[in-house]
Structure formats: structure tokens, C-alpha cells
Design a protein around this ligand. Structure first.
Ligand code: SF4
Length: 147
């Protein structure tokens, strides 16, 4: 049994997590790092607290107390307008401070966001394909399915 925590972007704090929980079940997007025969339990779900992300300092601790072995930064950080400028810093902080791996990405990138972001230079400059590789492995059909 793998236990994980999910931290979403504070701009979407009212999000019910529908896409994330569906993706976990389907093992797509950032959850493709887990095989379908491995049980995964979400032991914490929170948001960054809003820019500049003050919750990142403390909320991983609570998740770890519940047994979290990895933390996922939600896909909204990658595909929001604009994408979160602090993704790399959040990952480095959590991994350094809490000694727990951080996966960038939860649900697949919805195709409608992908097609818009692909036109923007900042997405390329931010190196999204390098920092969130799992999100670039989904098929076009899957991405359309998450629109
Ligand atoms: S853009 Fe980044 S820092 Fe701002 S609310 Fe979203 S995740 Fe938090």
C-alpha cells in the first residue's frame, strides 16, 4: 500500500478533486508512476494556501504524520494561467526539508489547456516537460477525455 498526499494550487482551492481522484483510479497523469496492481491511498489533500504558497512549509508534515510516502503537486500548478512560478522551489523545499519524493502532476493535462499552453513561450521556458514528465506521456484521447 502506497500512501500519498496531494497539494493543489490555492487559486483552485474550492476544487472538489474530481479529476485527481479519477486519475488516481485510472493510473494516468502523475499517477502513472504507480502500477495498477499497487494500492494507493490518499492520506492528505490540501492547497498551497494561495500565492506565495505558505502552506507548503507545513502541510507536508501533516501528510507525513498520516503516513504519506510521496507528495503530488497537482496538475493545476502546471496548467493554470499563468502556471505556478514556484513549482521547482516547492519540490526542492519539500524534498529537502521533509525527505519525501515530490511528483509534479496529478490528473492528465486536459487537451484544451495543452493546446493553449503549447502556444506560449513561458511554458517552454519553464521546462514543464522536464519537471513534469509523467504529464506528457498521456495519449491524446486521454487528454481529451479530461477536458
Ligand atoms: S500559483 Fe503557485 S503559489 Fe500561487 S496559489 Fe497557485 S500553487 Fe500557490
Amino acid at each position: 500500500m502506497k500512501k500519498i498526499g496531494i497539494i493543489i494550487c490555492g487559486r483552485y482551492q474550492t476544487c472538489g478533486g474530481g479529476k485527481c481522484f479519477r486519475a488516481l483510479k485510472e493510473r494516468v497523469g502523475g499517477f502513472s508512476v504507480y502500477s495498477s496492481d499497487e494500492d494507493v491511498e490518499v492520506v492528505g489533500y490540501s492547497n498551497c494556501g494561495g500565492c506565495p504558497g505558505g502552506n507548503i512549509e507545513y502541510v507536508p508534515e501533516e501528510m507525513i504524520k498520516n503516513g504519506a510516502q510521496a507528495i503530488h503537486l497537482a496538475t493545476g500548478l502546471v496548467v493554470g494561467y499563468p502556471p505556478c512560478p514556484r513549482i521547482k522551489a516547492f519540490k526542492e523545499f519539500i524534498e529537502t526539508r521533509y525527505k519525501i519524493p515530490v511528483v509534479i502532476g496529478t490528473h492528465p493535462i486536459p487537451m484544451k489547456y495543452f493546446t493553449e499552453h503549447e502556444k506560449m513561450s513561458f511554458w517552454e521556458k519553464a521546462g514543464m516537460k522536464e519537471i513534469a514528465p509523467e504529464l506528457f506521456k498521456d495519449t491524446e484521447n486521454t487528454m481529451k477525455d479530461y477536458n
